[in-house]
Design a protein around this ligand. Structure first.
Ligand SMILES: Nc1nc2c(c(=O)[nH]1)N[C@H]1C(S)=C(S)[C@@H](COP(=O)(O)O)O[C@H]1N2
Ligand SMILES: [Mo]
Length: 318
């Protein structure tokens, strides 16, 4: 097999690559590196430039939820990714996701709701005013970033579909297309990638659908044209390139739980008190920083979300 099984990945493989990336960025300050020219992500000579070819998003509403922590650079956000449909390396999505075609694109809405149907992404985007949300993001692999997302509350989308009283969960799925997503020729995960939220989580004002970042249309490697962002949960909940939303009565299986149920659960709330079986979750490395920092419960969003889990044993329901 060309690529490793997802379950073979260890955290120890994360750190050297990260340092390598930082070193490249450091070298890049004196000139533009070959890697950057090859991906076309950065404008020459600038550490934070965006993609000059990308469509800009305008009239972004300010959000009350923004963190004032330093944002990661556009380059960090768009070249250090997890998107296994394009390979398992952090650099693979930026290298390979050009084969994804984010237009035309539709989302099929089905299940327990009054407004099932197939909706065009450009119509969906027009339904809601777009916001900028600067969120801390924490990956289960113990690294983190601060990312300025552009999008709208997931709650607005959910309410518009008028879920019935039987709708207890929302299940979402990523596109399956071996030509657009060459990593799907490998059984790294079971495709389609799936995720789910309990209805009250989906209705929480922090949960959002992102269609852009840094004021530009979402790059393919970050989940174009639309992806989920749930900042109090580990990054894998943030399913990318969504083609289906289903309202269901029973807790849906998500991809990582399906792959390794002993290591990944449905809730995936950031929990420093519950170590991953193979590494600690007590601390994390913010991409771009050298020293590790303490991981906060619910990724620092506990004041807003802890009440959703009152009475639950989050060491068992992880
Ligand atoms: N379809 C799909 N969505 C996905 C993944 C994936 O492999 N496939 N990886 C997840 C993981 S593990 C993380 S950490 C985030 C990373 O999002 P980013 O690359 O935009 O930072 O995407 C999540 N969404
Ligand atoms: Mo992740």
């Amino acid at each position: 097999m060309l690529i490793k099984q997802a379950s073979d990945l260890r955290e120890s493989e994360v750190t050297p690559r990260e340092l390598y990336l930082r070193r490249r960025e450091f070298i890049g300050a004196a000139g533009v590196t070959a890697a950057v020219l090859a991906t076309g992500v950065l404008a020459p000579g600038s550490a934070d430039a965006q993609n000059p070819a990308a469509q800009k998003l305008t009239n972004l509403k300010k959000s009350p939820f923004n963190t004032d922590e330093k944002m990661n650079s556009y380059r960090d956000v768009t070249t250090y990714n997890n998107f296994y449909e394009f390979g398992l390396d952090k650099g693979d999505p930026a290298r390979h996701a050009h084969s994804l075609k984010p237009r035309p694109w539709t989302i099929k809405v089905e299940g327990e709701c009054a407004k099932p149907g197939t909706y065009n992404i450009d119509d969906i985007i027009k339904w809601f005013p777009l916001e900028e949300r600067i969120y801390r993001m924490r990956c289960v692999e113990a690294w983190s970033m601060v990312i300025p997302w552009n999008g709208f509350p997931l709650a607005d989308f959910v309410k518009r579909m008028e879920p019935t009283s039987k709708a207890k969960y929302v299940e979402m799925r990523t596109l399956v297309d071996l030509r657009q997503m060459p990593g799907q020729t490998e059984p790294a995960l079971q495709w389609p990638y799936r995720e789910g939220l309990r209805m009250d989580e989906a209705l929480h004002p922090l949960a959002m659908f992102a269609v852009g970042l840094y004021g530009e249309v979402l790059p393919n490697q970050n989940g174009a044209p639309i992806r989920l962002v749930v900042p109090w949960k580990y990054g894998f909940k943030g399913i990318k390139s969504i083609v289906s939303v289903k309202f269901v009565e029973k807790e849906p299986l998500n991809t990582w739980q399906q792959t390794r149920a002993d290591e990944y659960g449905f809730y995936a709330n950031v929990n420093p008190d519950l170590d991953h079986p193979r590494w600690t979750q007590k601390s994390e490395r913010r991409i771009g920083e050298f020293f590790r920092r303490k991981t906060l419960p619910f990724n620092g969003y506990g004041d807003q979300v802890a009440s959703l889990y009152a009475g639950m044993d989050l060491k068992r329901q992880y």
